[in-house]
Design a protein around this ligand. Structure first.
Ligand code: ADP
Ligand code: MG
Length: 632
């Protein structure tokens, strides 16, 4: 039989990632061992789970363990597991490409669009997993055989551009990864990893929570008896231990194992539910958002165990979608091991666990909001957009809405809650004013804010698409109606002031009638109506949508789904010089050729101010040039 060795190129992004990893990305090179052990543990979890329904996969050997071997002279470290192993295709897919979800941004960066420093930070958040082997090894050999199959393969690479893959007869199921260590160079951050004491202490430090025994193969001198040593780790699942006995570092290590996030978690929630249905939950609020937090197809959920056996790697039903950034584990002792995903969804225990977890997380958020605003602001910056989606959870809406934060006209540097807004409302003020828009800048400079701000009312700036969703579920807060300053009619001031303003506007109505009619006639195809404005002070005109119509931002967002463009009301400012001048010219000469062009320009400027595109750029251009050339 001739041996076939196939040589393959790494995926381009993998190559770039490997280059970063091998060239001094980490000072903390010892984490390679934690990553390999973490993968071994995952592989054992998967095999144990699959063997529940297919016991043949165990091949009559139900040892689930991780074995470390050190070859001091040969400078090799080998991590073996009796887990699920990989087929040839799986090895190619899992070891040759970056296949995790949420790598889009990383790919762009590695593709050269971003700085290396930023890429390094992203990788920190993303984790390098298996590839971290190349920090300490100049050659890595993976021998693996998928449980329940025959044969096996050997995969090998020096972390350059390519790897080789060949058939390899592996008797033991699972995976064995051998690192051919780089020369030790302690002064430059490369300790000697072919050292038993060092390897043992790294395992104790980083991998103690692993629930499978991690064994270090004993040194044998010729003629000596081989004795199996005790596991290096204590093996007790972290979530089964009383919270008071778990050290913060232990929580942090376990967090890294389940999350692929290298940073410290922001907060940990660990509780046990007792009673007829018992379970433990260990939850983490990360300190940074995963890259795929807002990707629709990304995998979500908590790890679900039953009596320490993992029965689902990502159980979405344990956590509401707006808390999808929470990582963690639930171990429910009375769930049947072979429960199907579908049955699980309907299982009322799962529903109860989800409710309880939701409450626990909201308790924590509320606690931080009230007593540690600094930490809350950090959390808000990372996950605020997701938390806002919670406004649609009718059961918890009353707890979530008070946690929402917005920029406002009160203090450009500070975010404010609805409650804080209400506490600053003027005595006569009945509504909570807000404005939605594509960005803070567009909102802040919107003509819609002019009169409201001049009269000293605060306006909330809602600049994220998700805010439109919030508004669909939120009509009022503490019985104060929410009111967009960009929609419908607007009335400001005390009752007397409102009456006064109304009278003044009515007085002007007659005077400006010819102009409003002229504008209506000229722009009639693009707008619904022309009226005098109560919301402008410095701009000549603006566009307004109806009270119950989509905001311009929402309309643009829905355009791709075929939403129609609603016609706007054009409001003109009777106190503005331009509007007054147009009125005068119109009464002097109704046929004035300047006026239709001026009307077009007015419309175009109002469209731009609301963040929309020009409805007719060609016409706008022509009219603007006409007006300019006449003015000059
Ligand atoms: P992650 O663990 O986050 O998926 P890694 O880079 O650590 O990323 O590993 C990549 C993939 O390689 C794993 O998802 C798994 O499919 C596969 N893999 C790695 N190590 C093993 C192993 N010991 N046994 C089986 N599969 C493994
Ligand atoms: Mg991994």
């Amino acid at each position: 039989m001739t041996e076939t060795v196939e040589s393959r190129e790494f995926q381009a992004e993998t190559k770039a990632l490997l280059a970063l990893v091998t060239h001094s990305l980490y000072t903390d090179s010892e984490i390679f061992l934690r990553e390999l052990i973490s993968n071994a543990s995952d592989a054992l979890d998967r095999l144990r789970f699959e063997s529940l329904t297919n016991s043949e996969m165990l091949e009559g050997d139900d040892r689930f363990e991780i074995l470390l071997e050190i070859d001091k002279e040969g400078r090799k470290v080998t991590v073996s597991d009796s887990g699920i192993g990989m087929s040839r295709e799986e090895a190619i897919a899992n070891l040759g490409t970056i296949a995790k979800s949420g790598t889009g941004e990383l790919r762009e960066l590695l593709g050269g669009k971003g700085s290396a420093a930023h890429a390094a930070e992203l990788i920190g958040r993303f984790g390098v997993g298996f590839y971290s082997s190349f920090m300490v090894a100049d050659r890595v050999t993976v021998r693996t055989r998928r449980a329940g199959t025959i044969g096996g393969i050997e995969w090998e690479s020096d972390g350059g551009g390519s790897y080789s893959i060949r058939d390899y007869e592996k008797t033991q199921r699972g995976t064995s990864i051998t690192l051919h260590l780089k020369p030790a160079d302690p002064e430059n951050g490369m300790p000697d990893f072919a050292d038993r004491w060092r390897i043992s202490s790294i395992v104790k430090k980083h991998s103690d929570y692993i629930t499978y025994p991690i064994l270090l193969k004993p040194e044998t001198k010729p003629g000596e008896e081989k004795t199996q040593e005790a596991p290096l780790n204590s093996m007790k699942p972290l979530w089964k231990r009383p919270a008071s006995e778990v050290k913060p570092e232990e929580y942090a290590e376990f967090y890294r194992h389940i999350s692929n996030d290298m940073s410290e978690p922001l907060r940990t929630i660990h509780f046990r539910a007792e009673g007829t249905f018992e379970y433990e939950a260990l939850l983490y609020v990360p300190s940074t958002a995963p890259l795929d937090l807002y990707y629709v197809g990304a995998e979500r959920g908590l790890r679900l165990f039953s009596k320490r056996v993992m029965i689902m790697e990502r159980c979405e039903d344990l956590i509401p979608p707006y808390l999808r950034f929470i990582q963690g584990v639930v171990d429910a002792s009375d769930l049947p091991l072979n429960i199907s995903r579908q049955r699980l969804q309907q299982d009322h225990h799962i529903t109860r666990i989800r409710k309880r977890i939701t409450t626990k997380v909201l308790d924590l958020l509320t606690e931080l909001f009230e007593n540690d605003r600094e930490t809350y602001l950090k959390l808000w910056a990372e996950f605020g957009r997701a938390i806002k989606e919670g406004a649609s959870d009718w059961e918890n809406k009353d707890r979530i809405v008070p946690l929402l934060l917005y920029a406002s006209s009160n203090d450009p540097e500070k975010l404010t809650s609805f409650k804080e807004y209400v506490s600053r409302m003027k005595p006569e003020q009945e509504q909570i004013f807000y404005l939605t828009g594509e960005s803070r800048g567009v909102i802040e400079n919107s003509p819609h804010l002019e009169a409201v701000r001049q009269k000293g009312y605060e306006v909330l700036y809602m600049s994220e698409p998700v805010d439109e969703l919030v508004l669909q579920y939120l009509n009022e807060f503490e019985s104060k109606k929410l009111k967009s300053v960009g929609k419908g009619a607007i009335e400001l001031g005390t009752e007397d002031e409102k009456k006064e303003a109304q009278k003044e506007l009515e007085g002007k109505q007659e005077e400006f009638k010819p102009l409003t009619e002229f504008l209506q006639k000229t722009l009639g195809e693009s707008i619904k109506e022309v009226r005098l404005s109560a919301r402008l002070t410095t701009s000549p005109a603006c566009l307004v949508v109806g009270e119950h119509e989509f905001s311009p931002m929402l309309e643009r967002a829905l355009r791709s789904q075929g939403a129609p463009k609603t016609k706007r009301v054009l409001e003109i400012n009777p106190n503005h010089a331009l509007i007054q001048r147009m009125r005068e010219r119109l009464s002097g000469n109704a046929e004035d050729a300047f006026l239709p062009d001026a009307a077009e320009v007015l419309l175009g400027l109002s469209q731009l101010a609301e963040g929309s595109e020009l409805s007719d750029p060609v016409k706008f251009n022509r009219s603007a040039s006409e007006v300019l050339s006449k003015a000059i």
